[in-house]
Design a protein around this ligand. Sequence first.
Ligand code: FES
Length: 199
Amino acid sequence: MSTDNVVDTKRRRFLVNSTSVVAAVGAGFVAVPFLSSWMPSERAKNAGAPVEVDISKLEEGRLLVVEWQSKPVWILKRSAKTLADLPKFEDQLRDPHSENADQQPPYAQNDNRSIKPEISVLVGICTHLGCSPTYRPEIGPADLGDDWLGGYFCPCHSSRFDLAGRVFLGVPAPTNLVVPPHSYMNDNVIQVGVDGESA
Ligand code: FES
């Protein structure tokens, strides 16, 4: 693992790999013009304010990163294959059914940990000591092993999470990644920071 992939949490510098797409608000973040219609509102610039995110152009397999409450929030559009693969991990996971209610709102306490099955919304902070894991969607990369079907890998102490943010057994992170409160203003706009309902 390159030191370039190590996240300096003190500076709140979050690195994403080249397969990720970043749209972020707030000082210190780099905004990539992926979502041309998306602009941070004055309200979103205030710490703690809900953040509205247009996902109309989000492609399958691409990770969108926004900032909410000074934390990175990942929005991933998962493919049908990714969703079909999720049950395969259950015997390798610490909390496969999201029984720890602290890690997601009730409306995301389901098999996909999401409101809409294909759209995953997670706080991108490792539940071990707070590094930001990297998005690793590849199948069977050399450094993660043949049985890796895509997920998130924390470079600080090698915790692993699947594409629903569920932590694997045998790694330092004690719990699944957090699903933040979020809701859909319409089919294409997510509001991070405001609770919603199950789809
Ligand atoms: S901070 Fe992620 S594994 Fe330690």
